[in-house]
Design a protein around this ligand. Structure first.
Ligand code: ADP
Ligand code: ADP
Length: 232
């Protein structure tokens, strides 16, 4: 099945001389329970594609779907609802709330959605990510790697249809980065979570099941079962 897809998506910023074509006829299908990396040089359209897929940005032309739900033409209220219920985000800067504990950060999206975390599932996520003894800590009391693992747990505990990760290891040393990537891959393998990750790090991309390469707003190639050597 397809967790998310774009059909002939174009994204144009500005107009006249200032016009930038950020996406040119991008059609991608992202498999359910797969870990897909999007790579490409700076300015190639990676963030724009992720934002369009996640309902954070509208497309100029074409269609976007999360599961069977068509995002194109949805009003802002419906889009906000979709982001709240069907997608999760992991950012380069972690984006944790500094006044909340790790546990409160992790359960916040569910609280906002008026849902209670399933205790067994919460425990599974916490143990998988190795945060059992850090739940009462605040972000400033945690290392960067621990903070990003909190952000991963926050995304996963809500069981979204797709988790979007934007340069999740961009602020981490290679050891912490490897832990986070290992956790992301395990959540795909063990829990069937669908993950889409933007990165320009070939090592990070090698954790994915598939890499889609963008250049100048278009998909130029792709690779299945990548290794750090073949991604380069
Ligand atoms: P990447 O994530 O691969 O670095 P982006 O998706 O951020 O690429 O950008 C793709 C192109 O769109 C670039 O030329 C960038 O300058 C342009 N762009 C991105 N966002 C905007 C915006 N809000 N307004 C105008 N141009 C933008
Ligand atoms: P399936 O599609 O395989 O039936 P479910 O959506 O029923 O999967 O849930 C799978 C797992 O996700 C369950 O173990 C459940 O504990 C957990 N889960 C489902 N909804 C929530 C939730 N709102 N909060 C925390 N965990 C949840």
């Amino acid at each position: 099945g397809t967790a998310a897809r774009t059909v002939d998506v174009w994204k144009v910023y500005g107009s006249g001389e200032a016009q930038v074509i950020a996406l040119r006829s991008v059609s991608v299908e992202l498999g359910k329970g797969k870990f897909t990396a999007i790579m490409g040089p700076s300015g190639s359209g990676k963030s724009t594609l992720m934002h369009c897929l996640a309902g954070l940005d509208s497309v100029t032309r074409g269609e976007v779907f999360i599961g069977d739900t068509r995002l194109t033409g949805m009003n802002d209220k419906k889009l906000t609802e979709l982001r709240r219920t069907k997608v999760g985000f992991i950012f380069q800067q972690f984006n944790l709330l500094p006044t909340l504990t790790a546990e409160e950060n992790i359960t916040l999206p569910l609280s906002i959605a008026g849902r209670k975390p399933d205790k067994a599932w919460f425990d599974t996520v916490i143990d998988t990510v190795g945060l059992r003894d850090r739940l009462k800590h605040r972000p400033t009391q945690l290392s960067g790697g621990q903070q990003q693992r909190v952000a991963c747990a926050r995304a996963l505990v809500a069981r979204p249809e797709v988790i979007f990760a934007d340069e999740p290891t961009g602020n981490l040393d290679s050891k912490s980065g490897a832990e986070v990537l290992g956790f992301l891959r395990n959540s795909v393998r063990e829990f069937g979570q669908t993950i889409v990750m933007v990165t320009h790090d070939p090592v990070a991309a090698s954790y994915a099941d598939r890499v889609i390469f963008l250049a100048d707003g278009a998909v130029v190639s792709e690779l299945f079962e990548p290794t750090a050597d073949t991604v380069l």
